[in-house]
Ligand binder design. Structure first.
Ligand code: ASP
Length: 338
């Protein structure tokens, strides 16, 4: 796959070689993300960060990644503060904003909307989440995390066992991650959800056609016993007709330290795309797991910056020049002494 100048709309665009290239570049971003080095390779470049749905991590980490490469970020959040609220079409918004930016990241509640926007854009567009459809950069950072967590346990992605838990119908991160796993071999997937919130049949079919061992269930404790990764997700309340409807499912699949100790193998990695719903009636991942060294959720968020830096560097074709425009940092920072 050619990344230079390309839109990144779906994880299905990627092949294994491209994933390796992204991960190698992501590795090379470590000194910059850790604030040991500063690079100005994207000095003068502008990222248009357009988020029409709530976001903290994705929006800030895309912005932060661009800043860390020396670029500037211009942001629009929410429909109210954008001309879309005045009836402007995605086509017009794309034509206008692509004149002001070198690359655009966009999140939008409608499936397919980011692709529609990209068609009219004159600069590359990265999908930051389109409705319940896809979240490709999250899938990349999840796989990057899985790979590094499993490497520390002497295992690889091929042959791994993963339980995906929660709202698999509306959860775009699990859609993208499941599709990404089509590139790997002999994966065992246990898809744990209420029946009404099951993984779309089309994705399950593709996983099975690929030869993966896929089990669909609504039973939590037996599903987390023999897996390398437990990937928990939030009930996507915003996609339901009402809060009451979402409440029917909230809190069904709680994981806490006692359940982990009783059922999971000792080194099982715990992941979640975040935000985790920490309200008492949901508590998908209990705070009592915070001290568990296998809780990888904050390593995921840290890795998100590396992977997003890599995507910008590759899409804007500067991956080989990052070090040429670099220097050490001047200010105090803890990691410099570490
Ligand atoms: N932050 C992720 C997303 O935007 C997961 C979530 O919201 O539950 O899809």
């Amino acid at each position: 796959m050619q990344l230079t100048g390309s839109h990144i709309l779906s994880i299905s665009q990627f092949d294994r070689d491209t994933i390796e290239r992204v991960f190698t570049v992501a590795d090379s971003m470590t000194p910059y993300a850790a604030r040991r080095r500063v690079t100005r390779v994207l000095e003068g470049a502008i990222l248009g960060n357009m988020f029409f749905e709530p976001s903290t991590r994705t929006r800030v980490s895309f912005g932060c990644a661009f800043n860390l490469l020396g670029g500037e970020v211009r942001e629009t959040t929410g429909f109210e503060s954008s001309a879309i609220a005045k009836g402007e079409s995605l086509y017009d918004t794309a034509r206008v904003l692509s004149g002001y930016s070198d690359v655009i990241c966009m999140r939008h509640p409608q499936e397919g909307s980011v692709a529609e926007f990209a068609e009219a854009s004159r600069v590359p567009v990265i999908n930051g989440g389109d409705g319940a459809n896809e979240h490709p950069s999250q899938a990349l950072l999840d796989l990057y995390t899985i790979r590094s967590e499993l490497a520390g346990r002497g295992r690889g992605v091929d042959g791994m066992r993963i339980a995906m838990i929660g709202d698999l119908k509306y959860g775009r991160t699990v859609h993208s991650l499941a599709k990404l796993l089509l590139l790997y071999q002999d994966i065992q997937l246990i898809l744990v959800s209420p029946k009404e919130l099951a993984m779309p049949e089309e994705i399950v079919e593709r996983l099975r056609m690929r030869g993966h061992d896929v089990k669909v269930t609504d039973e939590l404790t037996e599903s987390i016993q023999k897996v390398d990764i437990v990937y928990s997700t939030r009930i996507q309340e915003e996609r339901f007709q009402s809060k009451d409807e979402a409440d029917l499912y909230r809190g069904r699949f709680r994981l806490n330290q006692a359940i982990y100790t009783q059922y999971c193998e000792p080194n099982t990695v715990i992941m979640h795309p975040l935000p985790r719903d920490s309200r008492a009636d949901a508590n998908e991942l209990d705070n009592d797991l915070n001290q568990n060294p296998n809780l990888a959720i904050f390593r995921q968020t840290d890795n998100g910056v590396l992977v997003r830096m890599a995507l910008f560097a590759l899409v804007l074709d500067v991956a080989d020049q990052v070090d040429k425009y670099a220097r050490d940092v001047r200010w105090y920072n803890a990691s410099r002494n570490g």
